[in-house]
Every structure is written in C-alpha cells, then in structure tokens.
Design a protein around this ligand. Structure first.
Ligand code: UT7
Length: 339
C-alpha cells in the first residue's frame, strides 16, 4: 500500500450494557443447557440492552470514551462511520444520530453494513481517508443491539448473540506503524446462510412476515462455521504477507468472536499458541460488528499490547463477507502530556 500518510488507531473506548444474561437464564427460555452452550460456543454470558435503549445510545457512549482517550474533540472529527447491522432505524443513519449527539459539527456521517465484518470494512475506509491526507480524524464505531433482531424462541440463534459497542479514533501515526495492509472480500452466493429476510423492499413488513418470524436472524450455523474457519486462516496469512510479515512476526490475532471453536480451529491451522489469540466470547457472546473493538480494548487494558506489536484483526459474517487488517501498534498514550 503506497500511503502518503500512515493511519492508525489513536484512541479507543467501549460500552457494554449492564444487564447480564447467563446460560442459566437461557435454560428457562428455550430448550438448551449451560453445558451445550459452553461446549459448542464457549459463551457463558452476554450483555443485553435495557428497554428503551438503542444502538446509537451504545455507540455514543463508546464514542465519547474513545474521543477522551484520543484527546480529540468531537468538533475535530471529519467523518463518523457506524458499522452496524442493527441501526436504530433504516434511516436516518445511526451515524447521523451519533453526529448530532456528539455535536460533531464538521463531520460527515454514514452507516456501513457488512455483517460481522462491518468494523473491519469501516476501519479500512477510515484508513484510506487518512492515508490520502483528505481527513485528519475519522471516528469508527462498531455497535450492535443484536438482542432486538433475535428470535428468543429459536435456540439455534438466541444463545449466540449479545449487545455492545466499541469505537476507535483513526488518525495519522508515525511511519512504519498503524495499518500495514488489509483485505476485504465477499461471496454473495452465501447470503442465505445468515439473513434477516423481511422488513425491506423484497419482503416489506406485513402481518404474515411477522407471524413467520421473518424479521429475525435466520442462520445455517454449520455452513457458516466451515466457511469461518477457512477464511480466518486465509485472510490472516494474506494480510501478513502483504505487510511483508510472517506468522513468526505476529504478536496477536484478534479474531471476530462468533464461536470459541471457530477461533480455536483457525488458530490450530495457523499453528498459533492460545496466548497469541484473543478470546473474550465467554463474557459477551457474538456482538457482531462490536466484537473486534471490544476484544482490542480489553487486551490493551490488560497491558498485553505493546508499542510496535504486530496485530491481525480478522472477521467474517453475513453477506457473506470477510476481511482482515494487519497493524503495527502505535502506543499513542506515550504522547500524552508531551505537547
Ligand atoms: O458472526 C457470524 C455469525 N454466525 C456464526 O458464526 C455461527 C457459526 N456457527 C456456529 O457457531 C455453530 O454452528 C453453532 C453454535 C450455531 C451450532 O453448533 P454446531 O456444533 O454446528 O451444532 P449443530 O448446528 O450441528 O447442531 C447440533 C445439535 C442439533 O441437534 P440434532 O439435529 O443433532 O438433534 C441442534 O438442534 O444441537 C442442537 N442445538 C442445540 N441444542 C441445545 C442447536 N442449538 C442448540 C442449543 N441448545 N442452543
């Protein structure tokens, strides 16, 4: 990538709802068990938004924290991208609601929807606005209220998902750091494997669509599983090679958190030890576009990412879409207090 400027993360913040829904709680709702969920997915609990809260609320809370971490004022933002599959409504875009709440007067705003890969797609868009020098700061937010589009009577899906948000401020970083390479891919023929069929132009909302539950997530888990393991491995290797790195140079893989078994299988194929693979699915489930920023935030907070570390973030999801970003971590906190 011949960038005029190097782009990277200069601030991060997350928000997860307080309410915890455990596997035991789910046992009372559908025919499932804590044992099945833990063994098949690695999930123990997930966060659920309270009544009246929506994706923009989570997104704003995460964004305010990311801006504070970056030391960037909302009026300095050039662009806000909300990566989400669960916008407050189809339009106006959730990003516009966020722009208003943050009083980001100079910022353009749009939503980006690419299934669970949405955050990586949005990060890549932000990267290119910074790399070309067009913009100084882009706010990228992965935010989801998956609990609002799940059929709580369908045990195939309701045990998997959770709500949450993670935001990053993307800006210029010193040469050699930041986003080194990226890969974005899609395979639309796999669309029916994860879909919410009704509510838009193909099947407008009607009594019939509601009765048939067509405004909920429908998924062929087994097929998505196989696809996910394959693309996690391939995309990780591709972005590393494009960055001129090998698996030996990789300090940390931050994969989309959809299923612990998917992550473990991909890590095994890549021959990566568990300490190099981030996993927090046990506490949040699959928060779709929010999993990667949530996992990045927690790993940073635990002090496990140092200046100069090579990271790969890799994801997959509805579309089908998949993607990865290789990044050399720039520790922007070292700039604090140095003007
Ligand atoms: O972010 C991207 C979106 N989605 C994903 O990444 C999901 C990818 N797929 C998966 O994570 C896994 O395929 C699942 C966790 C969804 C399912 O695990 P699996 O090992 O592939 O199970 P399965 O679908 O093959 O089902 C095995 C059995 C079935 O029963 P029978 O037909 O063998 O009698 C299911 O009905 O497990 C049953 N089952 C459950 N049992 C208890 C499915 N869900 C449940 C449940 N509790 N919650």
């Amino acid at each position: 990538m011949s960038a005029l400027q190097q782009a990277g993360i200069r601030g991060i913040g997350v928000y997860v709802p307080e309410r915890i829904l455990t596997n035991r709680d789910l046992e009372k709702m559908v025919d499932t068990s804590d044992e099945w969920i833990v063994n098949r997915t690695g999930i123990r609990e997930r966060r659920i938004v309270s009544e009246g809260m929506a994706t923009s609320d989570l997104a704003c809370l995460a964004a305010e924290r990311a801006l504070a971490d970056a030391g960037v004022g909302s009026e300095e933002l050039d662009l806000i991208i909300v990566a989400t599959n669960t916008p407050d409504m189809l339009f106006p875009a959730t990003a516009c609601l966020v722009q208003d709440r943050l009083k980001a007067r100079r910022a353009g705003a749009f939503d980006l929807q690419a299934g669970c890969t949405s955050f990586l797609y949005a990060l890549t868009v932000a990267n290119n606005f910074i790399a070309t020098g067009a913009y100084k700061y882009v706010l990228v937010i992965g935010a989801e209220c998956m609990s609002r589009i799940i059929n709580w009577r369908d045990r195939n899906t309701c045990v998997l998902f959770g709500d949450g948000a993670g935001a990053v401020v993307v800006g210029k970083v010193p040469g050699g750091c930041g986003i080194l390479s990226y890969l974005l891919r899609s395979e639309g023929s796999g669309g029916p494997l994860i879909t919410m069929p009704a509510g838009m132009s193909r099947l407008p909302a009607s009594h019939e669509t509601v009765e048939k539950g067509l405004h909920y997530v429908h998924m062929n888990g087994r097929e998505v599983f196989k696809f996910a393991v394959k693309v996690l491995e391939e995309s990780c290797l591709t972005v590393l090679a494009e960055a001129g790195l090998t698996l030996n140079d990789l300090d940390l893989l931050i994969p989309h958190q959809a299923n612990a078994r998917i992550i473990e299988a991909a890590a095994k194929r890549l021959n990566l030890p568990p300490e190099k693979v981030v996993m927090n699915i046990d506490r949040y489930g699959n928060t779709s576009a929010a999993t990667i920023p949530l996992a990045l935030f927690e790993t940073l907070a635990e002090g496990k990412i140092r200046d100069g570390d090579n990271l790969v973030m890799s994801g997959f999801g509805a579309g089908l879409t998949w993607g990865a970003v290789a990044m050399r971590w720039y520790d922007y906190s070292q700039e604090k207090g140095v003007e």
